[in-house]
Design a protein around this ligand. Structure first.
Ligand SMILES: Nc1ncnc2c1ncn2[C@@H]1O[C@H](COP(=O)(O)OP(=O)(O)O)[C@@H](O)[C@H]1O
Ligand SMILES: [Mg+2]
Length: 482
């Protein structure tokens, strides 16, 4: 990672830094800009211009609007932050989740030009038909339909012209700003900006490599080839490069439309079950999983067959680590604090400092908020991310795979709930739980816990337990008066 000062940068980077600072100031963070400006001696005039009405908006909302203004790389960054409630806090996470990844399409002729440059063959030679109007258009790529000379229908995902350069330039600047913020701005340093930008860089650079995305698709396809209830489209490797991805066109209904459909033509409960089953097989059996299963990336084909699209984010996980993480969740569901801590120590996720009383108290407090409410279902994704943020304050060796897995679990539980109010990831987990269950737990006990201490998704989503807990604690300590 680069750690250069402002003046050792290229003219182009300096100009972009100045532009970014201008936008940051415009959204009401001029104190932040001023701090960086003075620490780094950046020769720009103070910014006075403010976005109209900005002073009436909350800080998280201003951050979201600012990311939108800063463009693709920052929007993607914001989207990732939105899934790291353990670091940025739930209020920011909820606001950043609103960031939209849609962009004006670029001209079809431009897409053709890129395809030809990448594949070295003219579009006319390759396809009997090419649809210049894109089917979908997002910040990194857009998707065109075409027909191969063989008659096969395909879609081609084409990267936006110049996108990689833009992302790399923004990344350089984000590293620089994160570094300065971490050194000089304590309020920003608490969010671990250097770590966040490093993580972000890894994931976005992967998304810019379609060859990799194609390979991911092929692996998933191979792993599911025997299953009739799930389908992964074929990728045409010979028509795939770093910037162009060609695959079989799927005809189906987008999961968003399935969720909203009232016609009864879909068995939503079955679809939710199949999505969960796919997840557990990918994580616990195959060790490679689709890590972005939001409703825009899932199609439902004839016979309620599910089809995952978009393999830009794929997680790999060691089976043993996956089992240990799920065991960790099971101890939590079972409200067994001692068991949970023993398990973390045994698996080296936690260093045994001898004195675990504080941690025990914190974990008990947290689990209490899940069990004191007499409602409907334990949301394991929420519980896990809450637990992780509590345990992170101790000597926690966070498994590399944990953040991505928890994030995927959260998306999945959301999708499941939207499809069927009866959906419970814990139920779906049962067949696997039998296999990996810690000997001190038994399934009947867990089933009872789940049905008697039912926690409502809506309730948790609305109230965010961590915030409430902190609030209650402060109230208790007399720091807040009502
Ligand atoms: N194999 C496919 N068959 C049919 N439509 C597809 C296929 N792949 C992608 N699409 C359409 O293009 C959209 C964007 O593709 P996706 O891979 O999700 O790109 P992004 O990474 O920009 O989200 C999808 O939501 C879907 O509507
Ligand atoms: Mg997508």
């Amino acid at each position: 990672m680069e750690k250069k000062g402002f003046f050792s940068r290229s003219k182009q980077d300096m100009a972009r830094i100045a532009q970014i600072m201008g936008i940051v100031a415009r959204f009401g963070f001029d104190d932040f800009v001023e701090m960086i400006r003075s620490k780094e001696n950046i020769p720009i005039r103070p910014f006075r211009h403010k976005e109209p009405g900005i002073e009436h908006k909350s800080r998280p909302e201003r951050v979201r609007l600012m990311f939108e203004e800063l463009g693709t790389t920052f929007v993607k960054f914001g989207q990732i932050l939105s899934t790291r409630g353990d670091i940025v806090g739930v209020t920011y996470a909820a606001e950043l989740a609103k960031l939209q990844d849609s962009m004006k399409p670029f001209p079809g002729d431009e897409a053709k030009r890129i395809i030809e440059a990448e594949l070295g063959v003219s579009v006319e030679k390759l396809f009997s038909h090419f649809d210049s109007k894109p089917l979908a258009s997002a910040s990194i790529a857009q998707v065109h339909r075409a027909t191969l000379r063989s008659g096969k229908k395909v879609v081609i995902k084409v990267q936006r012209p110049g996108i990689e350069g833009t992302v790399r330039e923004d990344l350089r600047i984000m590293h620089y700003l994160a570094d300065v913020a971490e050194k000089h701005i304590p309020e920003a340093a608490v969010y671990d900006p250097v770590y966040l930008v490093n993580e972000f860089e890894r994931s976005i650079l992967k998304e810019l490599d379609f060859q990799r995305e194609g390979k991911n698709a092929l692996r998933l396809r191979e792993n599911f080839k025997k299953e009739k209830w799930i389908y992964i489209p074929k990728v045409y490797e010979e028509l795939t490069t770093k910037r162009v991805l060609t695959m079989e066109e799927m005809r189906g209904t987008k999961l968003i439309d399935v969720i909203e459909s009232k016609s009864g033509s879909f068995d939503k409960e079955l679809i939710a079950h199949r999505i969960a089953e796919a997840f557990f097989k990918m994580v616990l059996v195959d060790g490679i999983y689709h890590a972005d299963p939001h409703p825009g990336n899932i199609l439902v084909l004839k016979g309620d067959v599910i089809c995952f699209l978009d393999y830009g984010r794929v997680g790999t996980i060691d089976k043993e680590v996956a089992e240990n993480i799920f065991r960790f969740a099971l101890f939590a569901v079972d409200n067994d604090v001692n068991g949970l801590i023993q398990h973390l120590i045994r698996t080296n996720m936690l260093e045994d400092s001898g004195d675990m009383d504080l941690l025990k108290a914190d974990v008990s407090d947290l689990l209490e908020t899940y069990y004191s409410t007499n409602i409907k279902d334990v949301k394991i994704g929420y519980m896990l991310s809450d637990l992780v943020s509590v345990i992170s304050k101790y000597k926690f060796n966070r498994p590399r795979e944990l953040a991505e897995l928890t994030r995927t679990l959260l998306i999945l539980e959301g999708v499941g709930m939207q499809l069927s109010p009866k959906f419970s990831i814990a139920d779906e987990f049962e067949p696997y739980a039998k296999r990996i269950l810690p000997s001190s737990l038994n399934l009947q006990k867990i089933a009872n816990t789940i049905t008697t201490n039912i926690i409502d998704f809506e309730y948790i989503a609305r109230t965010f337990p961590m915030v409430i807990r902190r609030f209650l604690k402060k109230l208790d300590e007399g720091k807040i008066h009502i």
